[in-house]
Design a protein around this ligand. Structure first.
Ligand SMILES: [Zn+2]
Length: 199
């Protein structure tokens, strides 16, 4: 799936998730007062979801994110290959552990110097974490709809997709991809209009 499609699917799915769990604070339509802090929180959440929605394709030097990361992306593609670790459950787990570990190291190092990380910074870092994780999950879910499928249980190479018959899936960049992406967005827009989903 193309980078732009991943971004649109990820952000739209982010709206659905946020409607139910309110990661980014009160929905704007029901918030008593819309503060700058609330808007910043929403921007951080959706920024993180958007980044996460592109992140797994860092293993492809020609992808939207891969082009930005140049040598890093080329090295990952050479060592791991496209649609391997970065499109698997193992990748999600390792990435999450890395992020959690990094946060603990930063907290520890600051603590050693007698500094305490303010609570709002910790909660922002958690918001970024959940946003990136959710975006990445949506990326892998969206790629599973393509003919190639995804190696969910990598290092086992078997690829999975939905529907299970690859003939029912679409090839990246074809009209079917746009129908699915726009169909999903229109569905969510309809749900927002019907107030089944609140933003
Ligand atoms: Zn991908």
């Amino acid at each position: 799936m193309e980078g732009r499609s991943h971004l649109l699917v990820g952000l739209t799915a982010g709206v659905v998730l946020d409607s139910f769990v309110h990661f980014s604070g009160d929905p704007l339509t029901v918030a008593k007062t819309v503060t700058l802090a609330l808007l910043v929180k929403k921007a951080v959440f959706y920024g993180a979801v958007g980044f996460g929605a592109l992140l797994p394709d860092i293993d492809n030097a020609r992808s939207t994110l891969g082009r930005k990361f140049g040598a890093v992306s080329k090295t990952i593609q050479r060592l791991a290959g496209h649609r391997t670790l970065f499109h698997s459950i193992l990748g999600l787990v390792l990435g999450s552990l890395l992020a959690i570990g990094l946060e603990q190291v930063v907290i520890f190092l600051l603590d050693q110097r007698g500094l305490q990380v303010p609570a709002h910074l910790i909660s922002t870092s958690h918001l970024v974490f959940y946003g990136v994780l959710f975006g990445s999950i949506m990326h892998i879910a969206a790629d599973s709809l393509t003919v190639g499928g995804v190696p969910l249980f990598w290092p086992i190479h078997k690829r999975f997709g939905f529907p299970p018959d690859p003939d029912w899936r679409f090839t990246t960049g074809t009209w079917r991809e746009y129908v699915i992406v726009w169909g999903f967005m229109i569905l969510v827009a309809f749900a927002i209009w019907q107030q089944m989903i609140i933003i």
